[in-house]
Design a protein. Structure first.
Length: 299
């Protein structure tokens, strides 16, 4: 059951570009506000249901916040990071740059590895060093491959870097919060839910008057599509070995890449094929190291 939930989680995340494309006619910032509001309400409803079955656990999570400015600061930072990440992702999808979005989630885990080595002086295995090397080469080819051939100015994949870095910071802060994932996500939503509701229903810049029934359905589904995978992931993470999570996390960006190329016909020229081949090879080394490490722990 845990593995099924994990796969469902990454399938939903991998197919989200198809969903966001349904709202392409609405400005990314406005779509973002809807995602904030409806996911916040979904978290709130989920919290109420969980409170009925695990009252003590939920109560303890909120009790720990009393007079704890440090935790509130972490919650604000994680909220700011994930909100920025959502906006950049929606913008990337609706500006036909899904390939960059997929690139971000290939390299994000390796950013964590790099920070561990550079900041915390963690020792990297040979396979992990090969993984970083191939992924770095892949990003280099994406940046400079086409410009070298055509003698053009290099194009830096800023969207991919912004997504990867914001998600890394979010994950780093989130890991330091000692409370259930649903509780922390609900509290993160507190910071921007009211501004989001104001913009949608009262701002003169809102296009509320032009929403169709289809738009409203999509907005409501967006709240579920944001919150439900987190519930699946939280459950699976508690039950499965780290190597399984490390392996399946690449299902999501792979689906995004396939969606970009085969559904939305984004450019996938020779230099991009070479670049992503290097990245896939690096991911292969990284995943094999995760599996090897997990196997050694169970012996």
């Amino acid at each position: 059951m845990a593995l099924t939930f994990l796969i469902l989680c990454y399938l939903i995340w991998g197919l989200l570009p198809v969903y966001w494309k349904q709202l392409q006619h609405i400005a990314p910032l406005e779509v973002l506000f809807h995602r904030i509001l409806w996911s916040f309400l979904f978290y709130g409803l989920t919290m109420m249901i969980l409170h009925l079955f695990s009252k003590n656990k939920m109560t303890a999570a909120f009790d720990s916040l009393r007079n704890n400015s440090k935790t509130w600061g972490k919650l604000f930072l994680s909220s700011f990071m994930i909100t920025g990440n959502w906006f950049i992702y929606i913008y990337a999808v609706n500006s036909n740059q899904i390939l960059q979005a997929s690139l971000a989630y290939y390299i994000s885990p390796l950013i964590s590895v790099s920070v561990g080595a550079l900041v915390y002086r963690e020792t990297l295995s040979l396979r992990t060093r090969w993984a970083l090397g191939f992924c770095t080469l892949g990003v280099f080819l994406l940046m400079f491959g086409q410009s070298i051939v055509n003698m053009e100015t290099p194009t830096v994949p800023w969207l991919a870097f912004s997504l990867a870095i914001s998600f890394f910071i979010y994950g780093f802060v989130k890991k330091s919060l000692s409370m259930p994932a649903i509780a922390s996500s609900f509290l993160e939503g507190l910071f921007f839910a009211l501004p989001a509701a104001y913009f949608i229903f009262f701002s003169p810049n809102s296009t509320l008057h032009s929403y169709t029934n289809h738009d409203w359905v999509m907005f409501l589904i967006g709240g579920i599509a944001t919150g439900l995978p987190l519930i699946f992931f939280s459950y699976a993470a508690q039950k499965l070995p780290f190597s399984s999570i490390g392996f399946f996390q690449y299902l999501s960006p792979t689906l995004q890449l396939l969606t970009a190329v085969f559904i939305y016909s984004e450019d996938f020229s020779l230099h991009k094929i070479a670049a992503f081949s290097c990245i896939w090879l690096g991911v292969g080394f990284y995943v094999s190291q995760l599996i090897k490490s997990q196997s050694s722990k169970t012996l």
